[in-house]
Structure formats: structure tokens, C-alpha cells
Design a protein around this ligand. Structure first.
Ligand SMILES: C[S@@+](CC[C@H](N)C(=O)[O-])C[C@H]1O[C@@H](n2cnc3c(N)ncnc32)[C@H](O)[C@@H]1O
Length: 340
């Protein structure tokens, strides 16, 4: 009979820890079914695994085992007769779901991310991301110079951030008129959403030349949309009334953020605001997506997820003042700053 600590025996502790270590297999199974498009073959009715295997070109017995696991965390559900269905929480895996998670799941678990996570000990020892040590270049240089990685990253990014940004968008009051500059706006999905809901705004999509889509969304009028390529460490487009930075500051160290924010500060029209859409790390021990995403930043890039105080400090150094934090019903908040 073992002694217990806080009511937990040594055996129970070990069993728990080994189970936690196996948690990566849930991500692996999720990646596999997302890649294979299994959810696209599940509609309103549960289906036998043999039909799903036939439709996805997979081995029925093995698919059964993966779906059985994913039915333990509420993504799929195995009925009493053995057929599988997609739960309401699993619906986002379908390619046709609004803000589909499918390519975001694939991007979040892509080979380079997975390998960097495997080497997280390197980051803890050196205080540096593991990605450059493994792949010989910085993460964004790799994404820029490698067509396949670029397609997987930029294709996945819209899916990765779309739903979270949507939830934050609902909470934030955009200016009624003027110009919104989406700094590092990627392929423009967020700017499109902002313009569709704020008909008095014009939009400037700013990113590196190879990332810009080169055509405006069909549902946005030509006079409301422009694209400018450049490097936000050099300058950002001038005279904006609102500078949106969505999932940007978390990619960069404090010093790098200060350079980007100073460039926004220089470019801002009088009375303009900066709206950072990023996670805010909260104190305490509750489950917090920000703390997961923070390790993604640790292993890939020089950035991190920040607390409110940490945001305040980088704004101060850039000649800005944190004016308010607008929390959303999701992993993102809007951290707003104005010129001092
Ligand atoms: C994490 S993604 C965020 C994309 C988008 N804002 C979103 O929320 O999905 C970071 C973006 O920053 C862009 N970026 C990276 N370095 C940049 C630079 N030096 N100048 C301009 N954009 C840059 C990348 O091309 C990419 O689109």
C-alpha cells in the first residue's frame, strides 16, 4: 500500500502523467482526420466506419481506432450500433463549415511545428526558438522561401485565426469612417470582414509582397480596398485612422514589437488608434489557450503571448498608451492603444 500526497497515490500520479504525455496522440489523430477530410463525409446521419473508409481511401479498422479515440473528447461520437457521427463541436472540421478549422488544424500540426515542439528542451535551455536550430533559418524566412510551407502556413492561418477574430470583431467598436490599415494582414480575410461590417471604412491590406492576394474580395467595392507591400520593420502605410495588428505582436520580441509599433505611431493620422488582436495571458492556473499558443511562439519565433502589463510596457516604449482591453468570448482580446 503506497502513501498518498494530497490524497493521490504515487501510482495514480504516474498513471496520470503518462496519460498526459500521450495527449499528443489526440493531436495526431485530429491532424490525420483533418487531412483526410473525414468530417466532410459525415452529415446529419451517423455512418458506418466502412463507408467512411471507402469515401476517404483509408483502412476501416484503423480509421475506427482513430475515431474511437476522437470520440472521447467530444469531436466525433460513436453510437451504440457502432456508427460514427460528428458532434456539434466537431462541425468545424468540415471544409464547408463557416470559419472551418480544417486547414488550421493541419497548419498547427505541420511537420515543422511538430519537430520544433519535439525539441522544446532546446528552447528552455537556450532561451531561443528551436525552429532555427533545426531548420537553419528563421521561421518567417522559411515560410517565405518555401512554397509548400508558405501555402500550408498562409492557407492555414485564415482558418486558424478566423473564428477567434470573428468573436473579437463582435466586441470591438470600429470607427464609423476613415481608413483601417491591417498590418501584416496576410491574405486579407479579416480586413474583408471588417469592411463588410463597417460600410463607412476604407481598407489597406499591408503585408509582404509574396503574401498579398493581388485581388480584392469580390464583395468589397474597388474604392474601398487597396494592397500595399512592404516591411513593417521599415515603415507602414501612412494616414490610417485605425491600425489593426492581428496575431502580429505575439510573433516578435519586445524590442521587435517596439520597432513595429513605433512605425505605426509615426504613420498614424491624428486621433488614430491601434487595435492589437492577440491573446492576453491571465494570472492563475485555469486552462488558458494563450499559454498553449505561447509555447508555439517559444519554439518557432522570438515572440510570446503577453500579459496586460507586458502590453502596456511595449506600448510605452513606442510612444503609445494602452487605452483599454476589450475581452472577447474566445481566445483573443482587443488591446487598444493611442498616441501619447
Ligand atoms: C501570424 S501571421 C498573421 C496574419 C493575419 N494578420 C491573421 O491574423 O491571420 C503574421 C503575418 O505577418 C506577416 N509579416 C511577417 N513579417 C513581416 C514584415 N516584416 N512586414 C510585413 N508583414 C510581415 C506575415 O507575412 C503574416 O501574414
Amino acid at each position: 500500500m503506497s502513501s498518498s500526497v494530497g490524497g493521490v497515490t504515487p501510482e495514480a500520479s504516474t498513471v496520470y502523467l503518462i496519460s498526459e504525455a500521450h495527449a499528443y496522440l489526440k493531436a495526431a489523430a485530429l491532424r490525420a482526420v483533418a487531412q483526410l477530410g473525414v468530417a466532410d463525409h459525415l452529415g446529419d446521419e451517423p455512418r458506418p466506419v466502412e463507408e467512411l473508409a471507402e469515401a476517404t481511401g483509408t483502412n476501416a479498422a484503423f480509421l475506427h481506432r482513430a475515431l474511437r479515440l476522437l470520440s472521447t473528447n467530444g469531436i466525433f461520437r460513436q453510437e451504440d450500433d457502432g456508427r460514427f457521427s460528428l458532434t456539434p463541436l466537431g462541425q468545424g472540421l468540415r471544409t464547408d463549415s463557416r470559419y472551418s478549422a480544417r486547414w488550421g488544424v493541419v497548419m498547427s500540426t505541420m511537420h515543422t511545428h511538430w519537430s520544433s515542439a519535439f525539441e522544446l528542451g532546446h528552447s528552455l535551455r537556450t532561451g531561443q526558438p528551436s525552429f532555427p536550430a533545426l531548420f537553419g533559418e528563421r521561421y518567417f524566412d522559411h515560410v517565405a522561401g518555401n512554397a509548400e510551407a508558405g501555402a500550408e502556413f498562409h492557407g492555414g492561418m485564415g482558418s486558424f485565426s478566423g473564428a477567434a477574430r470573428r468573436l473579437a470583431l463582435d466586441e470591438y467598436d470600429f470607427p464609423a469612417t476613415g481608413t483601417v490599415v491591417d498590418v501584416g494582414g496576410g491574405t486579407g480575410g479579416f480586413l474583408r470582414d471588417i469592411l463588410l461590417e463597417n460600410p463607412g471604412l476604407r481598407g489597406v491590406l499591408f503585408d509582404q509582397a509574396h503574401v498579398l492576394p493581388g485581388e480584392r474580395p469580390r464583395d468589397v467595392a474597388a474604392e474601398r480596398w487597396s494592397e500595399i507591400s512592404g516591411d513593417f520593420f521599415v515603415e507602414v502605410p501612412a494616414d490610417g485612422d485605425l491600425y489593426v495588428l492581428s496575431y502580429i505582436t505575439h510573433d516578435w520580441s519586445d524590442d521587435e514589437c517596439v520597432r513595429i509599433l513605433r512605425n505605426c505611431r509615426k504613420a498614424m493620422a491624428p486621433g488614430a488608434r491601434i487595435a492589437v488582436f492577440d491573446a492576453v495571458v491571465e494570472p492563475g492556473n485555469e486552462p488558458d489557450d494563450a499559454k498553449l499558443l505561447d509555447l508555439v511562439m517559444m519554439m518557432l519565433v522570438t515572440g510570446k503571448e503577453r500579459t496586460a502589463d507586458e502590453f502596456g510596457r511595449i506600448f510605452d516604449q513606442a510612444g503609445l498608451r494602452l487605452s483599454r482591453i476589450v475581452p472577447a468570448d474566445g481566445p483573443l482580446s482587443v488591446v487598444e492603444a493611442v498616441a501619447v
